[in-house]
Ligand binder design. Sequence first.
Ligand code: GDP
Length: 284
Amino acid sequence: MDFQWYPGHMTKAKRMMQENMKLIDIMIELVDARIPLSSRNPDVDQLAAGKYRLILLNKSDMADERVTAQWEEYFKSKGFFVAKTNSKAGKGVKATQNIIMEACKEKLERDKKRGIKNRPIRAMIAGIPNVGKSTFINSLVGRACTKTGNKPGVTKGKQWIKLNKNIELLDTPGILWPKFEDQMVGLRLALIGSIRDEILNQDEMALELICYLKEHYPSILSDRYDVEESEDKVKILESIAINRNCKLKGDELDYTKASKILLEEFRNGKLGKISLEIPEVEEA
Ligand code: GDP
């Protein structure tokens, strides 16, 4: 959570990824299933040009299943292989090995034709901070892994984790940076708790969340906080403050406390499985 984005960091992270790109066959990019676009940096497409691509919709346990299915279709239509994972619980994680093989089928066939045997597929995991890269790698690798040391032809110092006889994984994930230029991207990242809160005003964030929920998930707010959803956002926040007894000295309502409660309950999944981004249907 303490990640800070200095230009120097970004340049270094990008350079490392560029160097490693030469070594891999497939780029496995983790995104947050609740905000699949805001949690990726589209520059990765250029960086990973010519590589096989797999997108993992991670933290799918927190996202709206119906919307996640739409995202699967969306990325497939853009030519990606896609899978959904819950790395924390290990769900869908092992199955990614088969998808990696499927994605690299062409290369395996090419190798076969050339008489090359036993050349493993090499993969890199990448994603923005907090998207679940370490959790995914730990879940995928488990204990049964063996690290392969430096091999001839491999840049010195690179460590490969052997997943099975066919797949090797670079042990350090690539770090992408979010693209903050669009204000909504920053807001969504902050709402899911991926960037530090202090940057944005809590009350504003809560009001934005209220608007979104009212529109896309009717009755979630009224069920939990006994509010009238037809009211405007400020009135709803006020009702949440009353419902949760958020008061300042002298019985004045504490909006900031109510905002914090709403944001925390959203992030802890207490409001249910909610997606903050829905793919736009492109006109044919
Ligand atoms: P990294 O910065 O990309 O390596 O992210 P981490 O692996 O450190 O994960 C960030 C946080 O997200 C941790 O608190 C993880 O427990 C949590 N996390 C990772 N994957 C999942 C998932 O699939 N579902 C849920 N609910 N939490 C996850």
